[in-house]
Design a protein around this ligand. Structure first.
Ligand code: NCD
Length: 309
């Protein structure tokens, strides 16, 4: 299995075996499994990452920056496209062509679905999609899978509920597709206007996935994981629509009884108000651990696409 020069654009580009291989490689960078290996520090020495963020980010951008340095890479890039020649009218593809000649890997976040694919068509070096609008966010999905595997010890045989903004949330789209490779029951909890889009449900149907859709968390709710998400304000054309539904799916202190029963609570973060911080210290509230796991997945991905491991 080789990942050298591979683009990481769409979770559907990866087979179950490839996903499991990436999770296994990430363990090499995770101090829970391996005492920090000093040889990791020079894995990608001499290589340059271009971090090109056309949309805001905290975790994805900073974790990529952190791990690129940890494995010896240099970093160039921007997170304010207005400070670049795009401001003067330069096209996306010209910008990519230039960055391609200055770097060894491009890490791109963009508000347009398909932007990462477009960049990969222009670039000769590997492109990593760090989120393309409401479409996908494959490195988030890999870290979510990694978290599930690490916490549950398996992926097959579990139940995962996805909640919140299933319409615009790119994290839940790609996670649902990735989980469809495994024997996982999926429960979709959302306001009907924010339901999982049909295009994704059709794929789940084709793959014979067991799933349920509900517009509220049932009183007798039970699952191994609940993946809560933020209502994606920036994707609403009509802000009044956003205001009407933004507070419908909030987990407050009353959710503690489910955490006590063993449900593990995930969230890609950032949260706004959809998880009350009162739940944060519960051992089954694992969203901060989940964000940390992003380091190991991204470290592994950079090393893999650069052909250094
Ligand atoms: C998510 C994203 O950007 O899609 N955050 C992340 O990358 N960790 C979720 C969100 O913005 O709600």
């Amino acid at each position: 299995m080789t990942f050298k020069n591979r683009d990481i654009i769409d979770i559907n580009d990866f087979s179950k075996e490839e996903l499991l291989f990436i999770l296994k490689t990430a363990k090499r960078f995770d101090p829970v499994f391996v005492k920090r290996d000093r040889s990791n520090y020079t894995i990608a020495q001499g290589k340059i990452a271009a971090v090109l963020f056309f949309e805001q980010s905290t975790r994805t951008e900073q974790s990529f920056r952190s791990v690129a340095q940890k494995i010896g890479m240099g970093i160039i890039g921007f997170n304010d496209p207005e400070s670049t020649s795009i401001h003067k009218g330069e096209s996306f593809s010209d910008t990519i062509r230039i960055m391609n000649s200055y770097a060894d890997v491009l890490i791109i976040r963009h508000p347009q679905p398909g932007a990462a694919r477009e960049a990969a068509n222009v670039a000769e070096i590997p492109v990593i999609n760090a989120g393309d609008g409401p479409n996908q966010h494959p490195t988030q999905t890999m870290l979510d899978l990694y978290t599930i595997l690490k916490e549950a010890g398996r992926i097959d045989g579990i139940t995962v509920a996805l909640m919140g903004d299933l319409k615009y949330g790119r994290t839940v789209h790609a996670l649902s597709l990735a989980l469809s490779h495994f024997k996982v029951k999926q429960i979709f909890v959302s306001h009907p206007t924010l339901a999982m889009p049909d295009e994704f449900l059709r794929i789940l149907d084709q793959r014979g996935v067991r799933y349920e859709q509900t517009d509220e968390l049932p009183e007798n709710f039970s699952a191994d994981f609940l993946y809560q998400t933020r209502v994606q304000k920036e994707r609403f054309a009509n802000l009044n629509e956003y205001k009407k539904i933004k507070d419908k799916f909030i987990l407050d202190g009353s959710f503690k009884k489910y955490l006590d029963k063993g449900v593990k609570l995930m969230h890609p973060l950032p949260r706004v108000n959809e998880i009350d911080p009162i739940l944060d210290n519960h051992p089954n509230a694992i969203y901060f651990t989940q964000a940390r796991n992003g380091l190991y997945i991204r470290e592994a991905l950079l090393a893999l696409v650069l052909g250094r491991i």
